[in-house]
Design a protein around this ligand. Structure first.
Ligand SMILES: *Cc1c(COP(=O)(O)O)cnc(C)c1O
Length: 378
C-alpha cells in the first residue's frame, strides 16, 4: 500500500552529483581535496541510509551526521565508511561512539573531558576532529583562546587529533567580509594547533583540515584545504543566491494525484478562512498533501503545482492533509498526476523556487518533508 503523495529519490543523481563535485575539485587544482559527504538530518530528508550507501558507491570515504543517534542509524543501514559526528556531545550517552565506530567532533573543553573519560573506560584511543569557532559563535573552541584551551585537550591520553575544522557563517553572502576574516583566523588557529601539538609532545604528527560547506567550496578554492564538506550540492541544489557550472541534478521529486475535482461559483470562497474568492467560475483540484507532509502554509496564494504540464496556483489554504489548486481550463480528473517539486512535461518547480516564494531556504523545505511521505528510491 502506498499513499498517492510520494517522494522519489534518484540515487543515481546523488552519485552523479558527488562525481561532478569531485571533477570540479580536480579541475585546475593539483592535489584535489577529499570530501566529507554531509548526510545529517536524514540526508536532508532524502533518507540517510540509502543516500550514504549510494555515496559510498560513488567513492565517499567519510560521511557526516549531526549526532550519535544519526551515526548509529547509518551503521545499522550498513554504512562502512568513516562517520563524523558534527554536533556537541557533552550531554550524550557516549558509548555509541565506540559501539558504532563514530568519529566525534570535540568542540568544548567539557566534551573533551567526557570523551576522554569514555575512551579510557572503553580502553581505546579515539580519533576526533577539533572544531574551531572563527566567528560563527556557535560550536567550537574560540579561535582567540586556543593557547589556553588546547594544552589540556592535546594532552588527553586517549584522544587522537585527526582533523581540525571550522564553519563559515556567511559563505553564501558575497558582500560579507566575515568570510575572509574567518579564513584568516582559521589559518592562524591551525598554526597554533601545530605549535601546541609540538609543545605538548603529543602523538600528533599531522592532521587534516576542512572548512567549506557547499557555498564556500563554490566561492573560493583557498578554503578547500584537505577536504570540503558539501551537503546541499550533493542533493543537486546550489545554495541561493549562488550560481554554479557544476553539473548537478536535483535528487528529489514530490508528486501526488488529484483526489477530487470541484466546481466553484463566482463569489464563493475556498478553504479555511476563505482566503481565496472566485472571481468567476473556477475548477479546483484537491491534492492529498498538506502541512502534515511538510508543505508550508505560506504556499497558499504564492506557490503552484504542475498539472498536465501547466502551473496550477495553490489557492485558499494549505490544510493538514490537503491543498487546493486552481485548475480552471485544464482538462483534469481524479487520479491525474500532480507535481509539487520536480518536472512535468516541459515545466519544473524546484526547491529554490519554492523556498523563494515563501521566504525560506531550500534546506528547510527538504528537511521538513514529512515522515509519512514514502521515499521511493530509483
Ligand atoms: C550542514 C553542514 C555542512 C553542509 O552544508 P551545505 O550548505 O549543505 O553544504 C557542512 N559543514 C557543517 C559543519 C554542517 O553543519
Amino acid at each position: 500500500m502506498i499513499r498517492p503523495t510520494v517522494a522519489r529519490v534518484d540515487l543515481g543523481a546523488i552519485k552523479s552529483n558527488y562525481r561532478s563535485i569531485v571533477g570540479y575539485l580536480r579541475r585546475d587544482h593539483e592535489g584535489a581535496p577529499g570530501i566529507v559527504a554531509v548526510v545529517k538530518a536524514n540526508a536532508y530528508g532524502h533518507g540517510a541510509g540509502q543516500v550514504a550507501r549510494a555515496l559510498e558507491d560513488a567513492g565517499a570515504d567519510l560521511v557526516a551526521c549531526a549526532d550519535i543517534e544519526e551515526g548509529a542509524a547509518l551503521r545499522s543501514a550498513g554504512v562502512r565508511a568513516e562517520i563524523l559526528v558534527f554536533g556537541a556531545l557533552s550531554v550524550s550517552d557516549l558509548d555509541g561512539l565506540f559501539d558504532c565506530r563514530l568519529t566525534p567532533t570535540i568542540s568544548t573543553p567539557g566534551a573533551a573531558r567526557a570523551v576522554q573519560a569514555a575512551a579510557a573506560k572503553h580502553k581505546q584511543t579515539i580519533r576526533y576532529h577539533l572544531k574551531i569557532d572563527t566567528g560563527m559563535n556557535r560550536l567550537g573552541f574560540r579561535f582567540d583562546n586556543l593557547a589556553g584551551t588546547l594544552p589540556e585537550l592535546l594532552a588527553s591520553e586517549n584522544l587522537q587529533l585527526s582533523a581540525a575544522y571550522t564553519h563559515f557563517a556567511t559563505a553564501d553572502d558575497v558582500e560579507s567580509k566575515l568570510f575572509a576574516e574567518q579564513r584568516v583566523r582559521f589559518e592562524r588557529s591551525l598554526d597554533t594547533v601545530r605549535s601546541s601539538a609540538n609543545f605538548a609532545d603529543s602523538a600528533v604528527s599531522s592532521f587534516d583540515t576542512h572548512a567549506a560547506n557547499s557555498a564556500a567550496l563554490l566561492r573560493d578554492s583557498r578554503v578547500w584545504y584537505d577536504r570540503v564538506r558539501p551537503g546541499l550540492l550533493l542533493y543537486g541544489i546550489v545554495p541561493p543566491p549562488l550560481a554554479s557550472t557544476v553539473q548537478l541534478r536535483p535528487a528529489l521529486s514530490l508528486t501526488s494525484r488529484i483526489v477530487a475535482v470541484k466546481g466553484v461559483r463566482q463569489g464563493e470562497g475556498v478553504g479555511y478562512g476563505v482566503k481565496f474568492t472566485a472571481e468567476g467560475p473556477r475548477t479546483i483540484a484537491i491534492v492529498p498533501a498538506g502541512y502534515a507532509d511538510g508543505l508550508d502554509l505560506r504556499l497558499a496564494g504564492r506557490g503552484a503545482v504542475l498539472v498536465r504540464g501547466r502551473r496550477a496556483p495553490i489557492v485558499g489554504s494549505v490544510c493538514m492533509d490537503m491543498l487546493m489548486a486552481d485548475v480552471t481550463g485544464l482538462d483534469v480528473s481524479p487520479g491525474d498526476e500532480v507535481v509539487i517539486i520536480g518536472t512535468q512535461e516541459t515545466d519544473q518547480i524546484d526547491v529554490r523556487e519554492m523556498a523563494a516564494q515563501i521566504g525560506t531556504i531550500p534546506y528547510e523545505i527538504l528537511c521538513r518533508l514529512g515522515t509519512r511521505i514514502e521515499r521511493v528510491y530509483q
